[in-house]
Design a protein. Structure first.
Length: 497
């Protein structure tokens, strides 16, 4: 059986703890790999390698860093298919989704390639007689990233390329459910010329995470995952003096006004709710239908959802794959099975779905719940699966109030033909990312990604300008040099007195 180990100081390192976790093929349910779980001592070794590498990498030239990153970008491009295959094999998402994940991660590598313009700093001359003031940004040192199972390549690429471009060194702890893409990312970085110790990968569970959160040589922590864990990461790392950006969960709403193009809204709802089997923090899991839009919209969503082909991710005809684990599949199914008793109308029930020849896979079909009460579990909780809740509102104001009462504020969208209504929504809604007739408003790489309320803990969003600021700290230098004519040494300068 294949074993995924660690990547420390520029080379593969076998796990020494003796503890391993299973990695399964979600389409078959069979274990295909085991992953080594790092002990605190192994985490310490990775941090020590990163700290040693920072001594030279932190003062390396921008030309050196960007040359490596350009080579890295080319290697990632050449290995897109291989990365996507690893993602499909361990996560289960269909190949097209996996390729899209790699493409979105590459956007941040490309941003990192242009780090020279992001780190230019500022200069004010002659703020007083002979006095200049400069503002510069410098790297933090060793930084860590803790990433989730749902995007095993993209989310790490949202973190470490920008961090190392800024001059930091990095320790990555990927999800233990699908660890292979992270190892390939590290191997390709070494092939591109990234020095030993600049990027390290330690696999593991809570023990590895807790050691990173408390290690005295880790200056900052980036995290993406559920809200309870994001809150824990933020609290513990902050208590240990670290800078933290912790992105949590979501319940993303799509407000559909009566004047909307309902065909476009239905297409958007299906792709946003069920794409990647709903296992993404930017999935639209709640549609708020206003007034007369509701019945027709639900009918159109159902019509489209019933046509989605579910199957193994490596089957090019599949449009949705399985869920990551059987336990997660069962948890998702429990929300659908309990929905009717809590007042929802079950339009589509995806529980009990299987794929012929893959009966042991982690399968679930698409579920559509209509007229869901705001107090129902299916609405209140982040399900993280292919379950779409439709809620009804009589007016724009009622729909907006429903969205703003959610404890999460990651992403949201409005579908309307009215520019005035859209403008009001983008200003009045309490969420960090807003789409206008765009269902999943994930920003491009040069704008930052992040939510409000319980979807983000810490002051900085991820990547974009916020990412650069998170991975650097500012320094202001005030300079005054004596006039050469006043130095007492004749340099041939005339006196200005």
């Amino acid at each position: 059986m294949k074993t995924v180990n660690h990547w420390i100081d520029g080379k593969a390192v076998e796990g020494a703890s003796g503890t391993y976790g299973p990695v399964t093929d979600p389409a078959t349910g069979a274990q295909t790999t085991r992953v080594a779980f790092a002990s605190a001592e192994e985490v310490d070794a990775a941090v020590a390698a990163a700290k040693a590498a920072f001594a030279t990498w932190g003062t390396s030239s921008l030309a050196t860093r960007t040359a490596i990153l350009f080579r890295y970008r080319a290697l990632l491009d050449a290995h897109r298919a291989e990365l996507a295959e690893l993602i499909t094999a361990e996560h289960g998402k269909v190949h097209a989704d996996a390729l899209g994940e790699v493409a979105r991660g590459l956007e941040i590598v490309e941003l990192a390639c242009g780090i020279t313009t992001q780190l230019k700093g500022e200069l004010s001359t002659q703020v007083s007689g002979g006095v200049d003031v400069a503002a510069i940004r410098q790297p933090l040192g060793v930084v860590a990233g803790i990433t989730p199972f749902n995007f095993p390549a993209m989310v790490p690429m949202w973190m470490f390329p920008l961090a190392v471009a800024c001059g930091n060194t990095f320790v990555l702890k990927p999800s233990e459910k699908d660890p292979s893409p992270a190892i390939l990312l590290a191997q390709l970085a070494a092939e591109a010329g990234l020095p030993e110790g600049v990027l390290n990968v330690v696999n593991g569970d809570k023990a590895a995470v807790d050691r990173l959160l408390t290690h005295p040589d880790v200056a900052a922590v980036s995290f993406v995952g559920s809200t309870p864990i994001a809150r824990h990461v933020h609290r513990v790392a902050s208590e240990h003096g670290k800078r933290v950006q912790a992105l949590g969960g979501a319940k993303n709403h799509m407000l559909v006004l009566p004047d909307a193009d309902l065909d476009a809204a239905a297409d958007a709802a299906v792709s946003a709710a069920y794409g990647s089997a709903g296992e993404r923090c930017m999935a639209v899991s709640a549609v708020v239908a206003v007034g007369s839009a509701g019945d027709e919209l639900v009918a159109k969503i159902r019509e489209r959802a019933e046509k989605i082909k579910i199957g193994p991710g490596d089957d090019p005809t599949s449009e949705m794959g399985p869920l990551i684990t059987a336990a997660h599949r069962d948890k998702v199914a429990s929300y659908v099975r309990g929905a009717a008793a809590q007042g929802a109308e079950v339009v589509l029930d995806g529980t009990g779905f299987t794929v012929e020849g893959y009966e042991n896979g982690h399968w679930i079909g698409l579920s559509l719940l209509d007229k869901v009460p705001a107090g129902a579990d299916a609405y209140r909780d982040e399900i993280f699966g292919p379950v779409l809740c439709v809620l009804r509102a009589e007016s724009y104001e009622e729909g907006l109030a429903l969205i703003n009462s959610s404890p999460w504020g990651n992403g949201t969208a409005v579908f309307t033909r009215d520019g005035g209504a859209a403008r009001r929504f983008q200003l009045e809604v309490e969420a960090g990312m807003v789409g206008i007739n765009v269902p999943i408003p994930v920003p491009v790489g040069y704008h930052s990604f992040g939510g409000w309320k319980d979807s983000l803990f810490g002051d900085h969003h991820i990547y974009g300008n916020d990412g650069v600021h998170f991975y650097t700290r500012g320094k202001v230098v005030t300079t005054r040099w004596p006039d050469p004519a006043d130095s007492g040494v004749d340099l041939g300068f005339p006196s200005h007195r």
